[in-house]
Design a protein around this ligand. Structure first.
Ligand code: GDP
Ligand code: MG
Length: 596
C-alpha cells in the first residue's frame, strides 16, 4: 500500500469513556465487521477482559475508508488503558501518527486521559479531541469542550462530538482522521525494520506478533531476525487483522500487521523489540529495547500443598502469553511450597491470580504484595530485595524504595480529604492546577509502596467515587524503612514479615499480633505473639492456654466462608501447620493475610 494512503491512530481514553464502543462503530461503518457478526466490545477478546471490561492486550485492526474518492487504509491500534501496562501503551503509541483523545461528555477529563494524553504528546502524535456519549441526558458537551480546549490549546469548536452508541458524528470523525493524521514516513530502500508493539500466544498458531513497519518491507517466507536477541525465524505467515487475520504477501512502510513464526513463547517475540530481515539486517533498533520490569512481588501458595506442580504448570502456561510475568519457587515455613511472583502492578497481580483460580481451578493464598527495595548493608553491598525474607540481617547503611508521581483529579470540594490521604501516605505535594472552576488536578510525589495497597479504594471512598488516579514511576529514594517480623512462641512466621516505614512499624506489629491472637486457637500452653524489629520487641499479645474452636473466633457472619472453613477443618490435622511447637490452622494464615 502507498504510505500516502495509510493512517495509523490509537484511541486514548479513561476507562469506561467508551473506547471499545467507539471502536465497534468504526468496525461497522467501515464494513469490516458485518452487522450480524457484531457483538459489543468486539475487540476485547480475552474472557477476562470482557468480565472486567478493560482492554489488556492491544489489538490492531485494518479498516478501509473512502474519502474524497480515494480509499485509505486505517490501522486502529487499541492501547491498554491501565498504568500497569504503561510500557505497552508507549510502544503502541510509537506505532501511530495520531491519537483520538476520547472524553466522556458527562464526566470530563480524568486522570488516565491526562496521563495518556501527555504520553501521546511526548510521542509527537497529532491529537484529535473527541467528546463521546453526547446522547446521554447528563452530557455537558459545551462545558467539557471548553475544558479540553483549555488543556490541549485548541478552540472548543474543534472538539468533535460523537456518540459511540448511536453512531452520531462517527463518520465525520473518520474523515477528520484522513485530513489531520499525517501519513507514515519511512525509507523504502533501507533494510527492513518493524517494531513489535504486541505479542500474544494463540493455542493453535503459536505466538502472533503485531508489528508496525518503519523502513523497508517484510515478505512472506522471509527469514527474520529479532534485533535484541539475534534470534532468527522464518515467517510462516504475514498479514493484517481485519480484525480476523488475513494473510498477505508482505507489509511495507507504515503498515501494521501480524507475523507468525511458529515460536511458542511470547518472550521470544518481545514488545519493544525490532524485527529486521536476516538477509539484509538493519544496524540499529528503532528504539532501545527495555525488559519489562516487575514492580510488585507476592508469594503465591496452593492451599492444598499437593497442587504445587499444577501451580507451576499453570504459571508456565500463563508466561507463554505474558512476558512480564516472572516467578521462582519459594518455601515458607508457614505456607509450604509456592512461588515468588513478580508483577507489573496490582491489576496485573489480580488478573493473574484470577486466571490461576478460574482457568486452572487452583485455590491460592497470596502474601501481602511488596515493592522492590534496594538495600545496602554495612559492608557496602547492595541487595535487590523482592521478599522480606531477603532483607539483610544486621546493620543497614541505606534503603531505597521506588517513587512515583501521582496525579489525582477531583471536584474541588474534595481537595482537603485528598491532601490528607496523600500526606498520611508519605506524599510530598508537587502542585495543583484547576482544570475548570470546579475540578482540580493534584500532583504528589509518593512511595510506590504507599499506593499499591489500598490507596485507590481509600481515595474513592473519601471522594464519593469522584477521584481518578494515575501514576508513573520516577526512580528511587532513600527512606527510613525497617523489617518487622512476627513471632509465635519466639519463632518467626515468615509469611507475615513485612517491610514498612519506621513510623508505621508499630501499627503493623500491633495489628498483626492482635489478629493472630484472635485467629490462633488456644494451645495446651501459653503462646506469646510478638512483633519485632531485629531483636527488639515492639508489640506483644498472649494466647492463653486451653483449646478453643477456631470458628468461634472467626468474626463476621459470612455463612459460605464459615462453611468452607468447616469443611477444611473436617480434613483435620492435615491442615495444621507447625510453627515451632505451635499448631496453627491454615485458615488462620489465610484470614490474617486476606482481610485488611
Ligand atoms: P471503554 O472502557 O473505554 O472501552 O468503554 P466501553 O466502550 O466499554 O463503554 C463503557 C460504558 O459506556 C458501556 O456501558 C457502554 O455501553 C457505554 N457507552 C459507550 N459509549 C457510549 C455512548 O456513546 N453513549 C452512551 N449512552 N453510552 C455509551
Ligand atoms: Mg474497552
Amino acid at each position: 500500500t502507498d504510505p500516502e494512503m495509510i493512517r495509523n491512530f490509537c484511541i486514548i481514553a479513561h476507562i469506561d469513556h467508551g473506547k471499545s464502543t467507539l471502536a465497534d462503530r468504526m468496525l461497522q461503518l467501515t464494513g469490516v465487521v458485518q452487522p450480524r457478526q457484531m457483538k459489543a466490545q468486539y475487540l476485547d477478546r480475552m474472557d477476562i477482559e470482557r468480565e472486567r471490561g478493560i482492554t489488556i492486550k492491544s489489538q490492531a485492526v485494518r479498516m478501509p475508508w473512502e474519502h474524497a474518492e480515494d480509499t485509505y487504509a486505517f490501522h486502529m491500534i487499541d492501547t491498554p488503558g491501565h498504568v500497569d501496562f504503561s510500557y505497552e501503551v508507549s510502544r503502541s503509541l510509537d506505532a501511530c501518527e495520531g491519537a483520538l483523545l476520547l472524553v466522556d461528555a458527562a464526566q470530563g477529563i480524568e486522570a488516565q486521559t491526562l496521563a495518556n494524553l501527555y504520553l501521546a504528546m511526548e510521542h509527537d502524535l497529532v491529537i484529535i479531541p473527541v467528546l463521546n456519549k453526547i446522547d446521554l441526558p447528563a452530557a455537558m458537551p459545551d462545558k467539557y469542550a471548553a475544558e479540553i480546549a483549555g488543556l490541549i490549546g485548541c478552540e472548543p469548536e474543534e472538539v468533535l462530538r460523537v456518540s459511540g452508541k448511536t453512531g452520531e458524528g462517527v463518520e465525520e470523525l473518520l474523515d477528520r482522521i484522513v485530513e489531520e493524521v499525517p501519513a507514515p514516513e519511512g525509507d523504502a530502500e533501507a533494510p527492513a525494520r518493524a517494531m513489535i508493539f504486541d505479542s500474544v500466544y494463540d493455542t493453535y498458531r503459536g505466538v502472533v506478533t503485531f508489528v508496525r513497519v518503519v523502513d523497508g518491507s517484510l515478505g512472506h517466507r522471509e527469514k527474520i531476525r529479532m534485533m535484541s536477541t539475534g534470534a532468527t525465524h522464518e515467517l510462516l505467515e504475514i498479514g493484517v487483522s481485519q480484525p480476523e487475520p488475513k494473510p498477505t504477501q508482505g507489509l511495507g512502510i507504515g503498515e501494521v500487521g501480524y507475523l507468525i513464526t511458529g515460536v511458542k513463547d511470547v518472550r521470544q517475540s518481545k514488545v519493544g523489540d525490532t524485527v529486521t530481515s536476516q538477509a539484509r539486517p538493519a544496524d540499529e533498533l528503532i528504539r532501545g529495547y527495555q525488559e519489562p520490569r516487575p514492580m510488585v512481588f507476592s508469594g503465591l501458595f496452593p492451599i492444598d500443598g499437593s497442587e504445587f506442580p499444577v501451580l507451576r504448570e499453570a504459571l508456565e502456561k500463563l508466561q507463554l502469553n505474558d512476558a512480564a510475568l516472572n516467578f521462582e519457587p519459594e518455601t515458607s515455613t508457614a505456607l509450604g511450597f509456592g512461588f515468588r511472583v513478580g508483577f507489573l502492578g496490582l491489576l496485573h497481580l489480580e488478573i493473574t491470580r484470577e486466571r490461576l483460580e478460574q482457568e486452572y481451578n487452583l485455590e491460592l493464598i497470596s502474601t501481602a504484595p511488596n515493592v522492590v527495595y534496594e538495600v545496602t548493608d554495612e559492608s557496602g553491598e547492595t541487595h535487590q530485595v523482592t521478599n522480606p525474607s531477603e532483607f539483610p540481617e544486621g546493620k543497614i547503611a541505606d534503603i531505597r524504595e521506588p517513587i512515583v508521581d501521582a496525579t489525582v483529579i477531583v471536584p474541588a470540594e474534595f481537595i482537603g480529604p485528598v491532601m490528607e490521604l496523600c500526606q498520611s501516605r508519605r506524599g510530598a505535594m508537587q502542585g495543583m492546577d484547576y482544570l475548570s472552576e470546579e475540578r482540580v488536578e493534584i500532583r504528589y510525589s509518593m512511595p510506590l509502596a504507599e499506593i499499591v495497597f489500598d490507596f485507590f479504594d481509600n481515595l474513592k471512598s473519601r471522594t464519593k467515587g469522584y477521584a481518578s488516579l494515575n501514576w508513573q514511576g520516577t526512580g528511587e529514594q532513600s527512606a527510613d524503612l525497617v523489617k518487622v517480623d512476627i513471632l509465635l512462641q519466639g519463632d518467626k512466621v515468615d509469611a507475615f514479615s513485612a517491610i514498612t516505614h519506621r513510623d508505621q512499624a508499630y501499627d503493623y506489629g500491633v495489628k498483626m499480633a492482635s489478629k493472630l491472637k484472635d485467629l490462633i486457637p488456644r494451645q495446651q500452653f501459653e503462646v506469646p505473639v510478638q512483633a519485632a524489629i531485629g531483636s527488639r520487641i515492639i508489640a506483644r499479645e498472649n494466647i492463653r492456654a486451653i483449646r478453643k474452636d477456631v470458628l468461634s473466633k472467626c468474626y463476621g457472619g459470612d455463612i459460605s466462608r464459615k462453611r468452607k472453613l468447616l469443611e477444611k477443618q473436617k480434613e483435620g490435622k492435615k491442615r495444621m501447620k507447625m510453627v515451632g511447637t505451635v499448631e496453627v490452622p491454615q485458615e488462620a494464615f489465610i484470614t490474617a493475610l486476606s482481610s485488611e
